[in-house]
Design a protein. Sequence first.
Length: 125
Amino acid sequence: MTDPLMRPLDPASTAPPFEQLRRRIAEAARTGELAVGTRLPTVRALAESLSLAANTVARAYRELEQEGVVATHGRAGTFIAATNPAAQEAAVAASAFADRVTTLGFSTADALALARAALEARRPG
């Protein structure tokens, strides 16, 4: 599956680029193609990848945040939002965990084993 954020926008579309991007992200979030908790690229990085002005991406992100599709958590970034606040908080924590274990050089399998062990240690009985 290709990353929905990296597909080029349609230059022949009557919709402006920010609207095409907003619709694309909203639809990908709705269908699960972008899962809850997925961290979106920074405004600058996505603008560069799509050859757009940073203000174009920023406007799409702002509108998505107003619609509740994404949530911005300061320097932590912008994430696909959950309708459940606890799920959103857990998704942000999971993203931070993923960043940290990647930085430390753990494989996906080893990182999942660590997370599984930590969860099991907290379950009663």
